[in-house]
Structures are given as structure tokens and as C-alpha cells.
Design a protein around this ligand. Structure first.
Ligand SMILES: [Zn+2]
Length: 565
């Protein structure tokens, strides 16, 4: 079966490369060429679904205890991956000539002694109940912080010069607590906050970062189910217990990073003689100005602080071109998952077979075939298996801030996360790829592989900002994840959708995301081959990949070029 699929791809590629050349003669200047050199093609053929299976089986074994960040099982997974890199003869590019890049982190757990109250001008105060009324974390990683500050309503809390939008209007918000809405001004115009699609400005992480950059001591996000696209329970569940952060690195942080229930916001506004519905409507206008509420936040933040560390695992295949080898293509896949919960009855190991032993298996198989290639690509290839994705993309964030090759010299990042072992895909998802200058090549390559590019089905949910490639995009590197769509060979589209829904509802982030011998890794191998071909192509091109003009990451790319010289 394995040989059969190789022959299939071979025939496919030859016939479609011929077709592409044929169409080129008919002068279609926009169609990109995707001819892989013979050596690359031979290497790509060696990608073996059964090897991916072996990695997934091991990495999701109960003995690895769910590969928790900072837990023993996570460290064993990192050792396993580093060992494979060593066996392939790849160069270590972590700390001090090792494969490991230490990622220092801090766990913050709000303590019951914390108090959080809204105080009116007449001295009346309302104590809020944690988890029911509000959730809050102290990002400054201090065991205790005091906040007593005026609350300023800043609408969406967005400053986006490219859309001529500024909610702050130069208002000095230093030392204040900012009350704001999640999401972004509603629009159907693609030239304005990308229409229905969510930009990073709409994400709650951006809101906190912008508030901190402006010198605020706190931010309160108003939760409303329709605007957030998820109910309060989601906010509550993902904001209880310990939250991990990268160790402080000098970037500004908030003493209070919080959400409140819509009802609480409504009452707070009313107590100041204001109407929350009108306030929300006002925020839709470009002419919005910040409004100081006659209410103060008085918070006594008490947190348990737990420093810990974990490692990214980094290896490199040096490029063959004396000049271009200082530049690189990056492949990423997170190895961490949710670990083990010893006090939970029954199966308490979060094996994370799909999420993300599959991506690691693909990354390792890519590393193997690249390292065995008789001819190396011109640019270097960096393989990074990152930690703490499940903690909020922390390993990749650290990698983006401390890349082994300067960000301005990394032409492309291809990420793999949760690639289902369901058989042979007829679609590929590369959401975000259309924003890069590499897209014509990607389209041509997809054609060659007979894969239909499946568009992001819910751009308003902002999935692009929720996986590791985003950490690399933030520092300017053109990045996206490669995954299967929902149409598989021998099945109709409904079957694929049903598989995806079943996985999401029954197994995603559950102990039942486990390895089964019946899993079919053909699709994982197909995604690996597709990524191999794209990576080789990007490693060989004369120019570095960039973002499309006007893209939200274009400025970061320009900045990264300045830093790379
Ligand atoms: Zn994942």
C-alpha cells in the first residue's frame, strides 16, 4: 500500500508538471512554476506514513503522561525528538550548542484572598464574585498587587492606523483601568478590518497588549456572547486555576487583565448614569472618544507564583548555497499537550495523539528525509518542535523572540498542528497563506498534488491567531499551518465533516485523544509531502517571501529586515 501511494504521487507530479509547463507556453505570467529538482523529488517520495505512525504511537503512549509542559512526560517527548534530530545528523541550534532552547515561564494562580470591587463616586462599592462576575489575572507576576484607579471606557480599545481607526485619540490612560469591548468594529467591507474576518485587533490578547503599551494598569473586557463568539462558560473555564506566562522580559504588563459579565458592565454603567447599549453603539464610530466613568476599580490581587521551565527543541540542516545558507525555511510543530491529572478518576492522561503527536511525527519525518537528501536545498532548514502551545502559544512566542536565525532571514514558517489520521485527503487548508507573496506557488503546488485549497470556513472566529504559526507571523515571518480539509478519498464531504465534529465534541482536549492501530496516516504523509515541496521551493527561490501589501504583519516584516542586517 505504501509503495502504491508513492507511485501514485510520482505519476501525478510528472503529469501535472508537464501540464504546468504546457500552460506556461500559453503565456500565463501569473502561474508560478513548481518544478522540484530530482534529488528533492526523490527525498519527498521517501516520506513514509508508517514512520509517522511510529512517532505518533510513541509520543501519545500512556508512559509519556500527556506531555504536559514542565512535567516529566513533556520532557521525555522533548528528549525523544532531540534524539531523532541527533540520529539524522542535524545541527543543534538551541542554547550553547544543544538542541534545547530553554523557555522560562511562570505559572500564576489567583488566590481566594483576591478582592475585586467597583466603587462609585458616593463611596458605594460592589464586590464582584470571582468566576461568576469576573475573571482576572495579574500579568506582572507579583504575589500581591494593589489597584485603585479610575475606569476609562475606550470602546474597542483599538489603534489601527492602516484602517484610520483610533479609539484612544491621544488620551493619556497611564495608571488607568480600561473598560473595552472584544472583537472589532462590525463591517462587510474587506478593506476595513478585513470585513467579517477577525483581525488580530479583535482578539482579547491584543486588547491587553495595547492597554499595557499605553501604560494602563488594568483592562476589563466586557463579555457578550455574540461579540466574543463564545459563552461566558468558555471565559470562565479558560480563566480558572493556573495560567502560564513567559517570564517577564521587560515588555509592559497589566496588574489586572480581566473580563466581566455583560450584566455587571450594564449595572456599572447604570450606577454612573450611563447606558451600556448606547456606549456600545457609540464605539462603532470613528469619532468615538474615551469616556471616564464615575467608577473606580479597587482590586487587591493575590496570586500564587510558580516559576518553571520547559524546552523548545531546535535543529538545522545547513543550506548548500554559500550566501543563501544564512537564511532559512522554518518548520514548526508543538509537542506539548495537557499532561496528566493525577487526582482525576478514570483515564486521566491527555495523550494528545492527534493534538499534536501527528504534527511532531510529520516534523520528524520531514527532518529525516531532508537530512538524507543527496542534494541539500540552497537555504538552511530549521526544525522546531515547540513547547507550551496549550498554555497560550508560549514556546513559539519565545522562539519568535529568540529565533536561531534572525526573523528577517527566515523566508517562511510552515506549521503542523493536529493533522487527523483519516486517510487520503483531497483538500488542503492553508489559511493565511493567501496573505503572503508565496501564494501563487502554493496554488500551483496544490494543483500539482491534486489538492483543492479549502478556504477558512469561519474567518470571523480568528483561528489564524490561535496556533503557533501566529507567533512567527507576529515577528514578521510569513507563516501558516498546513492541514487537511474535510474531503477524503472514498468518502463524501459529509463524512469528513462528521469526523471533524465527532473529534471536536468527543476527543479534542480529552483523555480519549489516543492512538489506535486503525488510524490511517496516508493523509499525514500527504501533508508532509506537500509541506516538503513548498519548503524546498521557498528555500530555493531568489527572493524572500513577504506579506501582501497592506497586511497587518507587513510592518513587522519590514522591521525584521532592518534587524537582520
Ligand atoms: Zn495543538
Amino acid at each position: 500500500m505504501r509503495n502504491g501511494s508513492v507511485v501514485f504521487v510520482l505519476v501525478l507530479l510528472i503529469s501535472s508538471v508537464a501540464a504546468a509547463q504546457g500552460s506556461h507556453k500559453q503565456s500565463r505570467p501569473s502561474s508560478a512554476s513548481v518544478r522540484l529538482p530530482g534529488a528533492a523529488f526523490t527525498s519527498m517520495q521517501k516520506i513514509d506514513p508508517e514512520r509517522i505512525r511510529a512517532h505518533v504511537r510513541f509520543l501519545s503512549h500512556d508512559l509519556l503522561e500527556g506531555r504536559g509542559t514542565g512535567q516529566r512526560g513533556g520532557d521525555i517527548a522533548a528528549e525523544y525528538i532531540a534524539t531523532q534530530f541527533a540520529l539524522y545528523g542535524l545541527r543543534p541550534v538551541g542554547d550553547d550548542g544543544t538542541y534545547w532552547q530553554k523557555v522560562p515561564m511562570v505559572g500564576v494562580t489567583p488566590q481566594p484572598e483576591t478582592t475585586f470591587s467597583l466603587a462609585g463616586a458616593r463611596g458605594d462599592a460592589r464586590n464582584l464574585t470571582p468566576l461568576d462576575d469576573y475573571v482576572a489575572y495579574d500579568q506582572t507576576q507579583q504575589p500581591q498587587s494593589e489597584v485603585e484607579a479610575e475606569i476609562v471606557y475606550v470602546g474597542y480599545g483599538i489603534e489601527a492606523p492602516e484602517y484610520k481607526w483610533d479609539d484612544y485619540k491621544g488620551t493619556d490612560v497611564r495608571g488607568k483601568v480600561l473598560l473595552m469591548l472584544v472583537n472589532e468594529p462590525p463591517s462587510d467591507d474587506v478593506a476595513f478590518f478585513k470585513g467579517k474576518a477577525l483581525t488580530y485587533y479583535g482578539r482579547w490578547t491584543y486588547k491587553y497588549e495595547e492597554a499595557a503599551r499605553k501604560g494602563a494598569v488594568g483592562a476589563i473586557l466586557i463579555h457578550q456572547t455574540e461579540m466574543a463568539s463564545y459563552p461566558w462558560e468558555v471565559v470562565r473555564n479558560s480563566n480558572s486555576g493556573e495560567k502560564a506566562y513567559l517570564k517577564l522580559d521587560g515588555s509592559p504588563k497589566l496588574k489586572v487583565a480581566s473580563w466581566i459579565q455583560f450584566g455587571v458592565a450594564k449595572q456599572m454603567a447604570a450606577s454612573g448614569g450611563m447606558d451600556i447599549d448606547k456606549m456600545m453603539a457609540d464605539a462603532h464610530s470613528r469619532d468615538f472618544h474615551p469616556v471616564t466613568l464615575p467608577v473606580k476599580l479597587k482590586a487587591h490581587m493575590v496570586s500564587k507564583i510558580r516559576p518553571f521551565e520547559s524546552n523548545n527543541v531546535l535543529a538545522m540542516l545547513p543550506g548548500s548555497d554559500p550566501k543563501l545558507k544564512s537564511e532559512a525555511v522554518l518548520y514548526t510543530a508543538h509537542y506539548d499537550h495537557l499532561g496528566i491529572r493525577p487526582d482525576m478518576p478514570g483515564d486521566n492522561i491527555y495523550n494528545g495523539a492527534n493534538d499534536n503527536a501527528t504534527g511532531c511525527g510529520i516534523l520528524l519525518e520531514l527532518a529525516r528525509v531532508y537530512s538524507e537528501a543527496v542534494q541539500r536545498p540552497r537555504r538552511s532548514i530549521v526544525f522546531a518542535s515547540v513547547t507550551a502551545e496549550e498554555q497560550g502559544l508560549l514556546g513559539s512566542e519565545y522562539l519568535g523572540k529568540h529565533p536561531p536565525v534572525p526573523a528577517g532571514k527566515i523566508t517562511l514558517d510552515l506549521n503542523y498542528d493536529d493533522v487527523p489520521p483519516l486517510g487520503s485527503p483531497e483538500e488542503v487548508e492553508v489559511s493565511g497563506a493567501e496573505r503572503t507573496t508565496f501564494y501563487p506557488e502554493i496554488e500551483a503546488m496544490a494543483k500539482t498534488f491534486r489538492l483543492t485549497i479549502r478556504p477558512d470556513s469561519r474567518p470571523e472566529a480568528g483561528h489564524y491567531y490561535r496556533s503557533d504559526h501566529f507567533s512567527l507571523a507576529r515577528v514578521g515571518i510569513p507563516s501558516f499551518s498546513i492541514n487537511e480539509g474535510t474531503k477524503y478519498k472514498g468518502h463524501d464531504a459529509a463524512w469528513g465533516i462528521q469526523q471533524a465534529e465527532e473529534y471536536t465534541s468527543k476527543h479534542y482536549h480529552q483523555p480519549s485523544d489516543e492512538y489506535h492501530p486503525s488510524m490511517d496516516f496516508t493523509g499525514d504523509a500527504a501533508m508532509a509531502r506537500f509541506g516538503f515541496a513548498l519548503g524546498w521551493e521557498a528555500a530555493s527561490q531568489t527572493k524572500l517571501v513577504g506579506w501582501q501589501k497592506g497586511d497587518e504583519f507587513e510592518a513587522a516584516r519590514v522591521k525584521s529586515f532592518a534587524g537582520a542586517d
